[in-house]
Write a protein that binds this ligand. Sequence first.
Ligand SMILES: C[S@@+](CC[C@H](N)C(=O)[O-])C[C@H]1O[C@@H](n2cnc3c(N)ncnc32)[C@H](O)[C@@H]1O
Length: 484
Amino acid sequence: MVPDEASRRSLVDHLENKGFFVVGEPLRPAHCAVPSSQETGHRPEHQRLLEMAEGRTEEACHGLLTGERLPHQQMTMFRYFCMATLTITHRVPVETVVDFKVTEWNDRQVSAGVGATIYFRDGADRAVISVDEERWLGAYFTVIRPLYLSWQGEAADDKGCFFLGTTGRPVANPRSDLCRLWRRCRKICEAAGPTPPPLTAEAAGTSSRDTSSVSGKGSRDDQWDAFVSEFPVTIGALAPSKEDHDGAGFGDERTHYFKWRRFQLEKRVLHVADSAGRQRPTEAKVAAVVAKERWKTNVPSLPDVLEAWVSPLKAAIEDDEGVLKSVVEQRWKGIDFKDFGEHKGRGVIATMPFSKGDVICDYHGKLISESEGKRLMDAVQEGEMCYLFFVRGRLGTKLCVDSQNFPCECHPGKDTFGRRMNHSGKAANVKPVVFQLSFPDGAKDTVLFLAQRNIAVNEELLWDYGVRRRSFGEEGMDLTWLDD
Ligand SMILES: C[S@@+](CC[C@H](N)C(=O)[O-])C[C@H]1O[C@@H](n2cnc3c(N)ncnc32)[C@H](O)[C@@H]1O
């Protein structure tokens, strides 16, 4: 219970400083195109704040439209400002802004010299925006949004939304974005006027559907998106300091910091590996790149770089569309199954000659985590055949290819070759190598078997499973075949 207005404000201020986003003010219908002059509450103050930030927005807009490269943070703020223009100036419900589609933007009605009318949700909401506002939204749409799309991760889907985060996915937590905008505006405007009032649901454009108090931080993914939006992970950037965290409203959460550093290290590793080109990276090469980039901390190690380096042979295979097609369709030329009897079971033989280095087939299965793989392994009964392949992905992640669960979802009713290949420690003629193949739904680690030497027709294809009796002996299984 908060007894009076002053105490209420002080409590709200306190909560905001702790990273909370306070909602619960009485709300009005949100579809008015122009704000009323009889506004009550704090909204006019935020409108005023927005107007004070206009100068900077204009400057940024000019920069964007004349090809200037703006810092990431400025672009993020510009996007926040565009969203606030709709939610604050035009009272568009925040959900509608999140759901604002590119087609709705393209279908806006433009009145020359006046501005434009945007219709949202089949005309259920609308906003009559001014010429300037149309220019700002246009600058975001033509410069910033395409940039975010170009940074889009493999699995990201923009869902046709107008407002995207830096990851190329639709904005997920606009209330936190607006909180950050106000914090930034407050700092900018400190010299120019009195401190604006605390942010209320109304000021943030929260619709009447949402009147509960929520944290301004959103889900973990949203928080992370917001964090990298504020502190983009680049190879050259310094990790955000504790003060940076606090200043940007992320409190003293350190998990993001460590994740940020991990992501940066991955980027740096790839950068060094790319710099090596066709030459196998050496300790000296890694040191040279590190010195050139002036990296003092979060420095890649040679083993990491070697892991990520793509040899010319690998590059050729990864670019080979025939290999990709064979993996997708599970059609491999020159090999077939053969039954070797009860003891050994089925295996794979060559039906055409192969040369050293040729791709034979893949180890097909579902990519799962190492721990999931171990759980499946524990469930394998004594004497039962095991079809789990533990492997390190291209970036060092420990993975497991599961072909224990058979047939696979993508090729029901089809036996796949990789899982039928038998073991030989002494006479292996093929070896598994991890590649990154570009599937239609993104790049994936894929295990391919390469011929280790020339292979003749009818030879059985064998690879070294990499397990030794000692590690399996205690389980009392009959593993004499491992001595082959
Ligand atoms: C990945 S599966 C290979 C295909 C299997 N032979 C089949 O019929 O499905 C692995 C299992 O094959 C058997 N295996 C593999 N190599 C063998 C060998 N050299 N001698 C005997 N059995 C072998 C073992 O039972 C092992 O658990």
